[in-house]
Design a protein. Sequence first.
Length: 296
Amino acid sequence: KLLKMGFVKVVKNKQYFKRFQVKFRRRREGRTDYFARKRLVVQEKNKYNTPKYRLIVRFTNKDVICQIAYARVQGDVIICAAYSHELPRYGIKVGLTNYAAAYCTGLLIARRLLKKFKLDEIYEGQTEVNGDEFYVEDVDGKPGAFRCFLDVGLTRTTTGARVFGAMKGAADGGIDIPHSTKRFPGYDAESGEFSAEKHREHIFAKHVGDYMQKLSEEDDDLFKKQFSQYIKNGITPENIEAMYKKGHASIRADPEPKSRGPREVKVKRWNRAKMSKAQREDRVKQKKAAFMKKLQ
């Protein structure tokens, strides 16, 4: 029997490929949302070459990365950066990727940036952390507050997401970031009400302490495995808030980065190192001398 094929329109023909234009590399890699980037980067024409600053927040499996940057044709210029792996210096040695750590990293970059521009004494931010709404306002007769916009990248902006913890830390640290409370932990979409107390609990990792308590009662072996570093550092659900309070105070006292100093690196080689011309000539002389010695 003969099978009859229906008419199939050829879409990707020669004309299609002649006109095909590849997308930007970072779009092809799925790393940059250019729809969002355009709106974060493009500055108004009447502001000429004034930088439009962004608070970039990214998360890895072991780190929280916060950067303040502005765009140029050559590429983004980073003016300040802070990482959660710096937090052990301030007494926060565990849980370096949770909401509380994101808040601390945001606070660290805010205080570090303001100190760099000598604005830290003018704009102290929210010294009493209560989780409530807080906005930085310009001080009369002084330089204006440093203004930047949150860049979340490809992160899903769900209610309670950690990127907003970093943003809240930066806002409490004294940076002017336009935002609302609708994405903070403690906001109820149905009633439209925001609970500052619940947000404060997340900033001081009370939710982590509650889970520690629950797991220790239900499965002690799993608790010892999952919270081994907390146990090692003597952190309990009762003193976890005190650890973060002390960390906030330490960050405000000394936000500047510390250099790690020179690192001793032993270079591994599996082949012979390249010789200079003098060494090669000397090697030939030695070979000649050894050969002449054999002849004698």
